[in-house]
Design a protein around this ligand. Structure first.
Ligand code: APR
Ligand code: PHB
Length: 389
């Protein structure tokens, strides 16, 4: 089997890379170890930055998002018993769209298949070879047979636990890592929204977030211990904490919980994001805490840069954009890492915090919701920094 770009992983990074390459007339094959049903129902954050929703629309995969997604002009911060609104549209002329990540996945899968693209689901034993030279190969098992895929480039889009990053010699990479002393319990609840936009709540019992998936589906998160077990969080305890942390500003209606789980909090970046003809994109190269929901947006930004660089290689024989791929992405990656870390430390309390730290956090929350300069900086980062290609 042969293609131009072999892509490992059918998350937002791998699917969008394949879609953008197709639009430039470049062939690719995606290998995914899960089933189509699994990737289309996996629940993750669902917040799309302005430039990213524009990209989905401009490249023909944004129609359903335009109808079913919810466009938000700003965000609420809750602290000291009151809600404070930050209006991104007034501050930076941008907003964000709430649309589940699995819906983006469904739209991209449907479009790739309609365009004659190849996505091989339920592949196993994927391994990558010879990517230091000019003729990389990907070996895997599919439908009971061993397959070798020859390609010119490999897109390592297989997420944080994938095989691409660990296939690079450890001595060639530098990893930057930070763990946080807390996690999030996340629920999906069939209950009407207490507010039409998101509420990030700072509370002495810990952080909480109200977000949504539709006018009747709420997504809510509460800060928990880093190694917490979902068994420790019966429904009644989750609602109790949500009422305590958010309920002082907006009444929350309870509803049946359709899903619940724990999200870990970690910041991680590997440098460089390239080794020979293997290019890492999205979670395989970097993850961040979910505060601010940068994960999918960063994955889409990386592959926008990569697709352009690969396109220039085939069209004009240029390899300079490929050589600069890692440096170009990392400038933006680190700014998103900085922002995710900043939002996280602004809202969370842990055992190391004392009364001084709480006062400092409250002063900062007051500052970022009252100073126009601070609000503009927050809005610019939250609605998404430009992607320099
Ligand atoms: N072989 C084939 N596929 C693999 C392998 C493997 N060895 N390992 C992992 N995968 C697949 C996973 O099943 C997943 O579908 O790679 C895909 C990686 O997708 P994501 O984890 O969604 O990563 P990415 O596309 O970079 O998107 C990042 O997704 O993790 C969320 O919230 C995060 O928004 C962020 C976004
Ligand atoms: C979500 O909608 O799941 C979401 C939104 C914003 C965040 C994190 C998660 O910061």
């Amino acid at each position: 089997m042969r293609t131009q770009v072999g892509i490992v992983g059918a998350g937002p990074a791998g699917l969008m890379l394949s879609h953008l390459l197709h639009r430039a007339g470049i062939e690719s094959v995606i290998l995914e170890n899960r089933s189509r049903d699994y990737i289309e129902s996996r629940i993750r954050a669902g917040l799309i930055e302005q430039w990213a929703s524009d990209l989905l629309v401009e490249t023909g995969v944004g129609t359903r998002m335009q109808h079913e997604g919810m466009f938000h002009n700003g965000v609420y911060f809750a602290f000291g018993g009151a809600l404070h609104y930050i209006n991104f549209r007034e501050l930076v002329g941008k907003g964000v769209t709430i649309y589940g990540q699995q819906e983006v996945i469904k739209d991209l899968v449907a479009r790739r298949l309609a365009d004659g693209g190849t996505i091989l689901f339920e592949t196993s034993d994927v391994s990558i070879h010879d990517f230091v030279g000019r003729a990389p190969k990907i070996r895997f098992r599919h439908e009971g047979g061993d397959v070798e895929l020859a390609c010119d480039f490999i897109g390592g889009c297989d997420g944080f636990h994938g095989i691409c990053r660990p296939s690079i010699p450890a001595t060639a990479l530098t990893a930057y890592d930070r763990e946080y002393p807390f996690g999030w319990v996340g629920i999906l609840s069939e209950s009407p929204p207490p507010e039409h936009e998101l509420i990030y709540a700072y509370h002495e019992r810990g952080f909480a977030l109200y977000t949504m998936r539709s006018p009747t589906l709420s997504r809510l998160y509460v800060q928990c211990a880093p190694d917490d077990d979902i068994e420790n969080w019966p429904d009644a305890r989750i609602w109790h904490e949500l009422h305590a942390r958010i309920g002082g500003t907006r009444k929350l209606a309870e509803g049946p919980m359709l899903q619940k789980g724990i999200t870990a909090m970690r910041s991680f970046v590997v440098e460089p994001m390239q080794y020979g003809r293997l290019f890492l994109a999205g979670d395989s190269a970097h993850i961040q805490p979910p505060t601010g929901a940068k994960g999918m947006n960063l994955a889409l930004a990386d592959v926008s840069v990569l697709a352009r660089a690969i396109t220039e290689f085939y069209r004009n024989g240029r390899s300079d954009l490929l050589e600069r791929y890692s440096a170009t992405c990392l400038r933006r990656v680190w700014k998103a890492q900085r922002f995710s870390w900043w939002m996280t430390q602004l809202f969370h309390l842990d055992a190391t915090h004392n009364a001084f730290d709480r006062k400092r956090q409250l002063a900062e929350l007051d500052y970022v919701t009252s100073s126009e300069a601070a609000m503009r900086s927050l809005a610019e980062n939250y609605a998404g920094l430009p992607v320099e290609i």
